[in-house]
Write a protein that binds this ligand. Structure first.
Ligand code: HEM
Length: 406
């Protein structure tokens, strides 16, 4: 008989640092697992994650609670019912399609191509500076900067302070990190965020004179009564936190994989056309969003598990992407996979990431420039890389690397 999986494993800092043995145990023993006595369920296999995202009536995106770590180390729910409101990522049909329709045309691949020269210039400048230093903390020097700059530019924000935007975005994801204590969670949730007020001002200005950008698209939806100003404001904030930190994570995770693997670097320097495939493998192996949440409006089942109404379900994208039933040798990089984009790092179904084309473009360009302008990327032996302690994001807090040019 298998032993019950201890509930404290989910938020154990060591497991968060290296979650893959735990994911394997979930796959084998409990594809749908209730963290004992908490009403919180995880879904870890590819097949069941894919099923759950398709059953939007049973697994609602309406966010009714946030998780914190209680004194016993277990996930506990801070529930607020419907008070969170349903906007885009947290909306179910039919409202979801209306919100998505407002931003989607601004994020399609065709629009992204217009941004390509801007990203190339930015990446080139940052890599040049980093090469002068030789040893750099990749996240601060490049990884954190490119995505925030691009999302701000794409949105059409005027005179943005990138540090403020970054801090606001990270505060948003920290609330979903599930590793804060109750007091820390409440402090962040109730702290005044000057960036929110600033975004409100930006939207007000765009309402008077909507431009040809995301801000303008949202403003036009408000003017046409497709959404309220408050909804528009939440969509802009969502884009910032969903679009900044995730892509940052991807860039860092990809560079970490390269630094650990000189042959792979060399292969990609010789075959740059395979960099996009490598980015997909990096997304699969170290999925930047490890999970996202669903609420359960009525009693249901998934696989062989009964899930009562009122439960909270965590779809573990990061675990599904390492499922041996779906991916041969799931823990290995394989640039020859038949369908490299088959992973669920960008989710699946109606909520599939709208920003995927931008994230992919940024990854292709930054990794391409970095590989092209270096002969070797290695970890800085004196300073080990560190991960952010979050159940949500798989991001390096620090990634010190040496960039060699000959
Ligand atoms: C590597 C980078 C990224 C990753 C791994 C990622 C991951 C995800 C995932 C897993 C979802 C599905 C949410 C769910 O089903 O609950 C999602 C949705 C979303 N993402 Fe991304 N994302 C990335 C980049 C971006 C960027 C650059 C933007 C903005 C430009 C963005 C904006 C959004 C939005 C607005 C949604 C909600 C879509 C909807 O509900 O219809 N993301 N993302």
């Amino acid at each position: 008989m298998t032993q019950e999986i201890p509930g404290t494993l989910l938020l154990d800092p060591q497991v968060i640092d290296d979650p893959y043995p735990f994911y394997r145990r979930l796959h084998a023993e409990a594809p749908v697992w209730e963290v004992p006595g908490t009403g919180v369920f995880t879904v870890s296999t590819f097949e069941l994650v894919a099923e759950a995202v398709g059953r939007v009536g049973d697994f609602s995106s309406n966010m009714t609670s946030l998780l914190y770590r209680d004194d016993a180390g277990l996930p506990a729910r801070f529930s607020f019912g419907d008070a969170g409101g349903q906007v885009l990522a947290t909306a179910d049909p039919p409202l979801h399609a209306i919100h998505r329709g407002a931003v989607f045309p601004e994020l399609v691949a065709k629009r992204m191509r217009e941004l390509e020269p801007v990203i190339i210039d930015l990446a080139d400048g940052l890599v040049t500076t980093a090469l002068n230093d030789g040893t750099v903390e990749f996240m601060a020097a490049i990884g954190n900067i490119v995505p925030m700059t691009m999302i701000s530019r794409l949105t059409g924000f005027r005179d943005s302070n990138l540090d403020d935007l970054w801090n606001s975005a990270v505060n948003g994801t920290r609330m979903l990190g599930s590793t804060l204590s109750f007091d820390e969670l409440i402090e962040i949730a109730t702290s005044g965020d000057t960036v929110r007020a600033w975004i409100t001002d930006q939207l007000s200005a765009a309402l008077k004179d909507p431009g040809e950008d995301l801000l303008g698209a949202v403003a036009r939806s408000v003017i046409d009564d497709v959404m309220s100003e408050q909804e528009g404001m939440i969509i802009l904030t969502t884009l910032l936190s969903a679009g900044g930190e995730t892509t940052t994570s991807l860039l860092g995770n990809a560079v970490r994989i390269l630094a650990d693997n000189p042959e792979l670097q060399e292969h990609l320097r010789q075959n740059p056309d395979q960099i996009p495939t490598f980015a997909e493998e990096a997304l699969r192996l170290e999925s930047p969003f490890r999970y996202l949440m669903r609420s359960v409006p009525k009693d249901t089942t998934l696989g062989s598990a009964a899930i009562p109404a009122g439960s909270t379900v965590l779809l573990l994208w990061g675990a599904a992407n390492r499922d041996a039933a779906e991916f041969e040798r799931p823990d290995e990089i394989d640039l020859g996979r038949r369908i490299p984009r088959r992973h669920v790092a960008f989710g699946r179904g109606i909520h599939t990431c709208v920003g995927a084309p931008l994230a992919r473009l940024e990854a292709r360009i930054v990794l391409g420039v970095l590989l092209q302008r270096t002969t070797n990327i290695t970890l800085e032996p004196q300073h080990r890389p560190s991960w952010v302690t979050s159940l949500l994001v798989r991001r390096h807090h620090e990634l010190p690397v040496r960039l060699q040019v000959h």
